[in-house]
Design a protein around this ligand. Structure first.
Ligand code: HEC
Ligand code: HEC
Length: 286
């Protein structure tokens, strides 16, 4: 059985601060949240520092963001109205958006705008999926935004990252999730791989403005499937709605790196949850 690790970002700060005897405590909720764009401006060398000192994007107020493109139809989503409309989604995604079966992505904490975009694309067939196409087909743009606002208001539960040691190959001796963590925070400039954190933020919460999705806590199996598709060159959306970022990002990732990133992402979450997690884990273990 492999060891598993829960990856709380502020917990890392706490550890680092303890080692450095730094007097500054982490106060993510109180300090004004730095935007992921600021994290993006940080150089790869500074990335691990900023990952642990940047206020968590998840502490940003969940204000609706105006959709700035041709597909922006309807009013900002209404989470209350969305809850009623999300009943049809619960069988697979769970009513709180934390699906238990890894073949169905978690929708909890997902950006309203990202959900709307994906639903539009499932409906039009731009994102091909025989299960989701009929689910999205009857939805109006306003339904999509309401459902998006509802799932955005739900809190994603994190999984645990794989802590086992890689035995062979270029990463032999490293813990599996550490390979993912390094790429997530610093990328690999020599191979043209940017830090995932630059767009998805230190806790994986994404960025509602440009619809960079939340990926923190997502099922590793689903993340592997997405990264593998992007690695193969997948660009979703047509014309000025295309988002080519991920095809570029994933182009040079190896299979092992995709697996390591996926397990790292599954364990990623704001550290406030750690106390409860550790307690319940301790209670559950024999
Ligand atoms: C029968 C199971 C099922 C039902 C019911 C269902 N979905 Fe899905 N959904 C899926 C599967 C499978 C995927 C993954 C598709 C893929 O891999 O491209 C998915 C993907 C999605 C995604 C993309 C998530 C991401 O992270 O990119 C969204 C958004 C979504 N579903 C919304 C909904 C909504 C809203 C409803 C209800 C109106 C719904 N789904 C109902 C099975 C389902
Ligand atoms: C330049 C910004 C940017 C960077 C850097 C970036 N991403 Fe993304 N990512 C995006 C965008 C934009 C999307 C949504 C694409 C779409 O909607 O078509 C996305 C989507 C994803 C998805 C699919 C989410 C879902 O729910 O289906 C995963 C997984 C992902 N990114 C992981 C990563 C990883 C891992 C890295 C680092 C190796 C990374 N991303 C780096 C912008 C970025």
């Amino acid at each position: 059985m492999s060891l598993k690790r829960i990856l709380g970002v502020a917990a890392l700060l706490a550890t680092a601060a303890a080692i450095a005897q730094a007097p500054t405590a982490s106060t993510p909720a109180a300090s004004p949240a730095a935007s992921p764009a600021q994290a993006a401006a940080a150089s790869p060398a500074a990335a691990s520092t900023s990952a642990t000192t940047t206020a968590l994007p998840s502490s940003l107020p969940q204000t609706p963001v105006a959709l700035g493109d041709a597909h922006a139809m309807g009013k900002p989503g209404d989470a209350k109205a969305g809850q009623a409309k999300a009943g049809a989604c619960a069988a697979c995604h769970a009513i709180d958006g934390n699906s238990t079966d890894a073949q169905f992505p978690k929708l909890a904490s997902q950006q309203e705008r990202y959900i709307t975009r994906q639903l539009e694309m499932f409906k039009s067939g731009e994102r091909e999926n025989p299960i989701m196409q009929p689910m999205a087909a009857p939805l109006s743009p306003q339904d999509m935004r309401d459902i998006g606002a509802y799932f955005a208001s739900q809190k994603v539960t994190a999984g645990v990252a794989d802590d086992s040691v890689i035995k062979t190959g270029p990463n032999a001796g490293k813990k599996f999730y550490m390979v993912g963590q390094q790429l997530y925070r610093g990328g690999d400039p020599a191979r043209g791989i940017p830090a995932c954190m630059a767009c998805h933020g230190p806790t994986g919460a994404g960025n509602p403005g440009p619809a960079y999705p939340n990926i923190g806590g997502q099922h590793a199996k689903y993340v592997v499937a997405r990264l593998t598709a992007f690695h193969g060159g997948l660009v979703l959306g047509k014309g000025d709605w295309a988002k080519p970022e991920m095809a570029r990002v994933a182009k040079n990732l190896t299979d092992e790196e995709i697996q390591a990133l996926a397990t790292y992402v599954e364990g990623l979450h704001p550290a406030a949850e750690d106390a409860a997690k550790t307690a319940s884990k301790a209670a559950a273990s024999p």
